[in-house]
Write a protein that binds this ligand. Sequence first.
Ligand code: FCB
Length: 505
Amino acid sequence: MKMLSSLKFILTILSIVVLLSNLCQAQDVHHKKKPSFRPSFPSDFLFGAGSSAFQIEGDFHEGGGGTGVWEDRIDRNKARFVDGDKFDTMIEHYKRYKEDVQHLKYLGVNSYRMSISWSRILPDGTLKGGINKEGINFYNNLINELLANGIEPLVTILHFDYPLAIQQNIGGFLNHTIVKYYKDYCELLFKTYGDRVKHWTTTNEAQIVAIYTYMHGYDNDNAEPCQDLRICSQAYTVLHNFLICHATATHLYRQKFQETQRGEIGLVISSQSFVPYSSKAEDVAAAQRLMVFWLGWILEPLFYGDYPQIMRNLVGNRLPNFTEKEKCMIKGSADFIAINYYSSQFARYESNRFKIGGFDNFDALATSEEFNVEGKSIGQKDQYSGRYVYPKGLYDVLMFIKEKYQNPNIYITENGTPSNNPNPLEDEHRIDYIAAHINATKAAIDNGVNVRGYFVWAAFDTFEFAAGYSGHWGLYHVDFNNSLKRIPKASAKWYRNFLTSNCGH
Ligand code: FCB
């Protein structure tokens, strides 16, 4: 009897220990390799991997596709792009989409984030210029193939690339007229694919386009000559027009399609968390300001109908105004927010705009820093990516959005890391990275954030603009020396195991 009760006592202690260790696992956002296991996420949670049309399809003109702005930029500056010679074929996803869907299926994902190439569908960007039937068919086939294999598409309507003719004829996103063309393009997509696509995102990372291309002038041969004085306008105009395009598309979808098609629509923003460089009040304020300049720039109009007051104060009349009608249309124009998260930075107060460089916004009176005042980095440096790994930043961004923006539904549409490991198939560090970020996601869910999905960037090795394929971003390696063969990396096998095994790891 005595033995039995001590056995019971030991068993109780043991189960408390197991319970506690499970709880710790869910909370520990730095935990390596062992993510909170799949069944602990809601059953309708989307777990996927992503890509974008321009970065994988290749054969852009096959079947009548038009020229996009990125094709033009690369063609004119091939030497500046690593792997510029691989650009025409990319990884031939256009030809090999059926095989690629099987690779996705192997991963065990229930969703795939893809984008549609505007210039493949409407070669000169306009309905008047004609619809390219083969382009339409390609995405019909791809979407059908995904669904037949139990994979739901999450579609981005515009992922960086758009028709060159729109750029040449009207100046692209600098011109408000783009809204009309974008709306026509969206309407065509909703009509054509909306019976099967239930998750739409209108645009990808408008902030990156605005800051990189229009404030710092990267990959922009006609950049506004504003870098000397560091007083730029175009970045704000471009983002403004992105927002109006987004809101117009959402409005259209809600009015004409949503009721019958029963899908949802949102937009993808680039995200990071900013941590004060020191405990000085001015650095604490700088970190808050950078959060506003980066996330609030888009989210304040979306949730409250106008740009943040601090941006109005610091940017002045270079920040465009919304008409009253636009304010009403933009406010509430997202069924969900999608974020891309990679890493975070420190923020330091800087009153002199001439000392603000890198990729920072000249107007924010702050710079982003790799190290804080004590010389510490924000996270551990990953030897195979050279980047600082900071999953807590993902958790912080999710909490920030929950608290400031009415606890919306959120998808994490991109999260991943490059690898320069000489053996591209051995990407253990990517496993650690993904597991830690899945844990951060789970911790946020446990704290009430409505995260609805998580997508690894990328499903396959992707063409990363100036860096070409050098970052080997995929769960699948694509072997350029062997007929573009797709080979699952260690991370692909690990992700599959995580998604398909009900027993944890
Ligand atoms: C994001 C882009 C995506 C890819 C990753 C690495 O900013 O949205 O297309 O290039 O970075």
